[in-house]
Design a protein around this ligand. Structure first.
Ligand code: UD2
Ligand code: MN
Length: 586
């Protein structure tokens, strides 16, 4: 009643006021978008027209800072000698110090070793969700669970849909019902998919991927730890382009102490022509752009993210790959050749236990690694496969089995030739790992001129990685060395090189350490005139020996010292005369 009276008396005024209000709303300057978005969702900002946000879980970070105990903050630990026996037993079946792992919290804290700019980095608000898929065969309880808990605890909850552990016919009791029950109670996002027999890690991953319902598949090894805010940097490049595979930086969890440390600050993945996984330097433009994702030719294999859509478009993995090995090359070649991209993303760091030794007996009677490699080479590598077979002629004797389905995948996706990959993606691979090895500078035995019965001997007698001895010269492999085109010295065909980590002291030890292509502390030159083996770019130090206690070491070069004089069985004089002009240069 009252309203009607008011309306009757003031009709005109009300209409004018309403009209004015409408005009005001229409004409009013728009509110800055940023303000509007901020109200819509806390912490969201617009960067170059897209909505981004800070995914850091500050509450969790605060809690981690306060954690104390063994292994916390990624600091290495040890056990009292009272546990020696248990330790050794668990070492044998795991290849790492699993007993120590049992004394470290499943949710241990880790210090943040990312590039400083990662802390503040914002990621797209709209990210796809993810399934973590972890194949395991007889993994140790605490390392397996730490993998799952670290992934869960450090993820934005809406982005992690499921964790699928794929049990590849484990025989350890606790990996059965006990594991199912434990997960149901303590980590319900995770479940176990069980294989009926030993299928190997590749088909285990395929099976996990088939069960996954999330947009993105993230594969992890079963002894890993995800660090702070590891997930958004893996997902963002996929949100931008679904044909992108994304790898985290893989850090080292020490197999003995469980210390968490960086492997390095990034390299591009690669391989040599015996299919050993290798790494190439980061390109200068990528270095300048750190910590933005950069292109990498080949993944390490165990840890990466890929959209489920793209994974299945390119046929997943070849299910003919058995047990272990080669799948990292297959998927990398496929991604690149079939119109995708692969990047490493420095702000996502995940630790991995590189075992001290492989603890499992060979589950097959045939050489499955050779067959895996050959399948990959036959399907994807075109004329380049011959560079593998040249070095491993034995692989040609191994039957590949049926590869017609893989060839069909290549055809269906109109994938590019391997030559394209070599020229456009792995364009510097052949420089570091030549298709055909250039000739050695010297090779054969390295005979001491202080006592010509004695030769450098690569059979280690003392400390396990130290080249410490002279032996009675003989035809055995242990006396065969090469001063390669990379200017390093190594036992014949070895992948370990003479390495001098520290020149301090009168007798600097020479180690046998993974070859990193002649530069720095692995560079040597044979000075034919003086019969010296000179070390490093400066050449102030030389290979020296003590013939009485048969030691080998490095000391200051001395033209008059007989213990520094050596004779190689074969010397390529032309190449040695041209040494300074040939690559690599110090
Ligand atoms: C590296 C990769 C690994 C894989 C392999 C080549 C990293 C850090 N690791 O070897 O992921 O690409 O190269 O194939 O890049 N497993 C099974 N069934 C088996 C054998 C293994 O489920 O028959 C599981 C195992 O429990 C682990 C994963 O597969 O979770 C990888 O095996 P690994 O840790 O022995 O391989 P790794 O790290 O030496
Ligand atoms: Mn592993």
């Amino acid at each position: 009643m009252r309203l009607r009276r008011v309306w009757g008396r003031h009709k005109e005024k009300i209409l004018v006021a309403g009209l004015l209000a409408l005009v005001f709303v229409v004409m009013a300057p728009p509110k800055p978008i940023r303000d509007m978005v901020m109200r819509e969702e806390e912490g969201v900002v617009i960067v170059d027209g897209v909505r981004k946000k800070d995914y850091n879980d500050y509450m969790y970070l605060k809690k981690e800072v306060l954690q104390t105990g063994l292994g916390e903050h990624g600091i290495g630990g040890s056990l009292s000698p009272a546990f020696d026996k248990e330790k050794e037993e668990l070492y044998k079946v795991n290849g790492f110090n699993a007993r120590l792992s049992d004394d470290i919290a499943l949710n241990r804290s880790l210090s943040d070793i990312r590039h400083p700019k990662c802390k503040k980095k914002l990621y797209l608000v709209d990210l796809p969700n993810a399934a973590v898929v972890v194949p395991f065969h007889n993994e140790h309880w605490t390392t397996l669970l730490r993998t799952a808990f670290s992934a869960y605890n450090r993820s934005p909850k809406h982005l992690l849909k499921e964790i699928i552990l794929v049990d590849d016919a484990s025989t350890k009791d606790f990996l059965g019902k006990k594991l199912d029950d434990y997960l149901e109670e303590h980590l319900p996002i995770a479940r176990v998919v069980r294989l009926p027999s030993r299928w190997g890690l590749i088909r285990a991953r395929l099976e996990g991927a088939k069960h996954a319902t999330a947009d993105v598949l993230i594969f992890l090894d079963s002894h890993t730890e995800c660090t702070t805010n590891w997930l958004p940097p893996l997902l963002e490049p996929i949100a931008v382009n679904y044909k992108t595979a994304v790898c985290p930086f893989i850090d080292v969890i020490d197999f003995e102490t469980f210390e968490y440390r960086a492997q390095d600050e990034g390299r591009r993945g690669s391989f040599d022509w015996e299919f050993y996984y290798k790494r190439l330097p980061v390109l200068p433009e990528d270095e300048a752009n750190m910590p933005e994702p950069f292109k990498s030719p080949v993944m390490a294999g165990g840890l990466f993210a890929i959209s489920s859509k793209f994974f299945w478009e390119i046929g997943g993995y070849d299910p003919g790959l058995d047990i272990w090995g080669g799948e990292q090359y297959e998927l990398s070649f496929k991604v690149w050749q079939c119109h995708g991209t692969m990047v490493d993303t420095p702000c996502s760091r995940i630790g991995h236990i590189y075992r001290k030794f492989a603890p499992f007996p060979n589950p097959r009677k045939d050489n499955f690694i050779a067959r895996n490699y050959r399948r990959v080479a036959e399907v994807w590598m075109d004329e380049y496969k011959k560079y593998l077979y040249m070095r491993q002629p034995g692989w040609l004797q191994v039957d590949t089995g049926d590869i017609s389905e893989q060839l069909a995948v290549r055809e269906r996706n109109k994938c590019k030739p391997f030559k394209w990959f070599m020229e456009n993606v792995a364009f510097d691979l052949a420089k570091h790992y030549p298709l055909i090895e250039p000739p050695d500078y010297c090779n054969g035995t390295i005979q001491s001129l202080a006592n010509t019965n004695l030769c450098v001997d690569s059979q280690m007698k003392g400390q396990f990685d130290r080249l410490d001895s002279l032996g009675e010269c003989g035809p055995n492999m242990q006396f065969q060395f090469q001063l390669t085109a990379f200017k390093d010295i190594r036992p014949l065909k070895s992948h370990n090189c003479f390495d001098v980590p520290d020149l301090k002291g009168e007798k600097a030890p020479v180690l046998l350490y993974g070859c990193h292509k002649g530069l720095g502390n692995q560079m040597w030159r044979y000075d034919m005139e003086n019969q010296l083996i000179r070390f490093g770019g400066q050449e102030t130090h030389c290979l020296d020996s003590s013939t009485s206690n048969k030691e080998v070491f490095v000391s200051m070069c001395d033209l008059n010292s007989q213990t520094q004089k050596w004779k190689w069985s074969f010397v390529n004089k032309d190449r040695l005369n041209n040494y300074k002009n040939l690559d690599p240069k110090p």
